[in-house]
Ligand binder design. Sequence first.
Ligand code: MG
Length: 286
Amino acid sequence: MKLYTVEHQGETLVCLEIAAGVLARLPYATMNDLLREDELDRCEVLAEAMESSDLLDLRDVRVLAPIPEPMQDVICLGMNYQKHKTEAEQFDAQAFTREKGSAVYFSKRATHCPGPGTPIPGHFDIVDSLDYETELAVILGKDAVNVAEEDAFDYVFGYTIVNDVSARNLQTGHKQWYFGKGLDGFTPMGPCIVTKDAFAQPPAQAIRTWINGELRQDAVTDQLIFGIPHIIHELSQGMTLKAGTVIATGTPAGVGMGFDPPKFLKRGDVVRCEIEGIGVLENTVE
Ligand code: MG
């Protein structure tokens, strides 16, 4: 199943795609309300929507980020694909070399997530090295506390695409990555949430990025160093992961800083992020 947040005639709607390009409105004001809903009640609502006659055409709406305003900062994994870890270390060994054996976690301020087609603000007054990172994002559908690895997927509601836009100068110029990853508009998300039943566990979907039509990233989402069960198990020990939590699982090799010389983004560049089965998240830098 695919779920969308859309704008239609000035209204923001949460919708379920019940057939290709056909949306049924759901009785939730926001996707966060859906994610916080009791699981059984939510299933009932989704089943009822399949029978709905209150339908919209996907071509007649403006697709927003599925979660335009996450309830909390997005949790991110750093250097979670081997080849990307290598390219990051080559770019700046001091900033990116980490102890072996443990996951790198950080959080990303996501005050408002741009959806497909919404420009990415470059913040070029303070940014000289703007970069893209296409990532599979996991969305939790119930509160997770002390979750065993084998139970981790019970807590996953679905998946979307997040572009973990990064200002490398701010990321490497401060001890923490928070500022360089958390500027306004740096968390494009979309186009939809695909429920977990659509994919294998773990998902093994092609993940790709094109910049102005040039293929830059090309990998598969089951190549994570620390997989989804590990992440949910480890973080939920002593830390409640609330329903609605968004976890960006890391980006593959091929980001701008991985090239010599680096290929950073500039105004007017078109960033196309794609994950097989979820769709395309395309934004222009402004
Ligand atoms: Mg990232």
